[in-house]
Design a binder for this molecule. Structure first.
Ligand code: ADP
Ligand code: NA
Length: 323
């Protein structure tokens, strides 16, 4: 079976952008691929975190993985820091990466812009991500559009390593959804929906209750034309709402556009609230019924299984590099 790996950071609240761009794919892939889904807590350390909150958020994310429908009998769910080979391979890969390559990463530029002190970890983060993927002979990486550049770098490093030391790494490919791979902020639709946004109305979180979802959608920025047309360039807010409707209902953007043609924005917003709330209530119902002991068992079992694969890879890599 071909291998799938992906990770989500246990920071902030998991939002519908994370879900539509990445996590809902995980559920679809679990029957046909050998999957590992990681809670990437080491990535979270690239910016300051409160230790207690980070620990709590890691468990919450594990719970959400289960609540969206991942079956621990079919997939490996684990916490990145429980498998020490991630840090180890990241170092080895840093020594195979050029400063200029990391310096070109747009996410680093965005996240460091205007900040006085930025950790070196934020700069070398793409190497840790490359390690995550390459440790498991990953064929496919389901991610949102914002991770495309990091995945390109992962491929470049893997190819460089293979050329220098002989065939070692599988060259991974991104898996990016046609609809939903870049969900925009509800308040500033020219920016992507992001965990780190300070405006709570900019994003809908998987654990938001129905009244809050309604409030956020009703407040979502559109335009004054009041014509329903998919046009991301000129109508980014309205187009984002159509994208959300299409992604949650699994109908095409064209069909969603046709469905609301000639109607006001209020109708689209109202129906959108319904489809989002319906999905979130399912997820929240599953989430509430989870037992903490069960989550911890899943993570322990996951870390054991992941470690076995990761150790083999690191031993091979060290051997080739002369360690
Ligand atoms: P964030 O970017 O919100 O801090 P992560 O870096 O943990 O979240 O990303 C987890 C996954 O969610 C990644 O695959 C990422 O590409 C995806 N993702 C993040 N934001 C969005 C978005 N606005 N639309 C679609 N996918 C997204
Ligand atoms: Na991201």
């Amino acid at each position: 079976m071909q291998r799938v790996f992906s990770g989500v950071q246990p920071t902030g609240d998991i939002h519908i952008g994370n879900y539509l761009g990445a996590m809902r794919q995980f559920v679809k892939l679990q029957d046909d691929y050998s999957c590992l889904f990681c809670i990437v807590d080491l990535h979270a350390l690239t910016v300051p975190q409160d230790p207690e909150t980070l620990r709590k958020k890691s468990i919450e994310l594990a719970g959400l993985y289960l609540a969206i429908g991942l079956d621990p009998k079919k997939v490996i769910i684990f916490v990145q820091s429980h498998v020490k080979e991630h840090s180890e391979l990241a170092w080895l890969l840093q020594c195979m990466t050029y400063f200029g390559e990391l310096n070109r990463m747009t996410q680093f530029k965005d996240k460091s812009k205007g900040k006085e002190s930025v950790s070196v970890g934020l700069f070398t983060y793409p190497d840790l991500m490359a390690a995550d993927i390459l440790l498991y002979d990953t064929n496919f990486v389901p991610v949102g559009n914002d991770q495309k550049q990091h995945l390109e770098l992962t491929r470049d490093i893997a190819i460089r390593f293979n050329n220098r030391f002989g065939d070692t790494f599988v060259i991974p490919e991104p898996m990016i959804m046609k609809t939903g791979s870049r969900i925009m902020s509800l308040t500033e639709p020219d920016k992507k929906m992001s965990k780190s946004s300070e405006n709570q109305y900019s994003k809908i979180n998987l654990l938001d209750d129905p009244s809050l979802v309604k409030k956020k959608i009703m407040k979502a920025v559109t335009d004054s034309e009041n014509v329903i047309r998919y046009d991301p360039e000129n109508k980014p807010g309205l187009s984002n709402l159509l994208t959300l409707y299409s992604a949650f209902t699994d109908i095409s953007i064209e069909d969603a556009e046709a469905r609301f043609k000639g109607q006001g924005y209020g109708t689209l917003k109202k129906e959108l609230v319904d489809v989002i709330v319906e999905r979130l209530q399912q997820i929240q119902h599953n989430y509430k019924n989870l037992d903490l002991n069960f989550i911890n068992e899943v993570l322990k079992d996951g870390a054991e299984k992941a470690s076995e694969i990761a150790k083999t890879t690191v031993n091979k890599v060290k051997d080739k590099m002369g360690l």
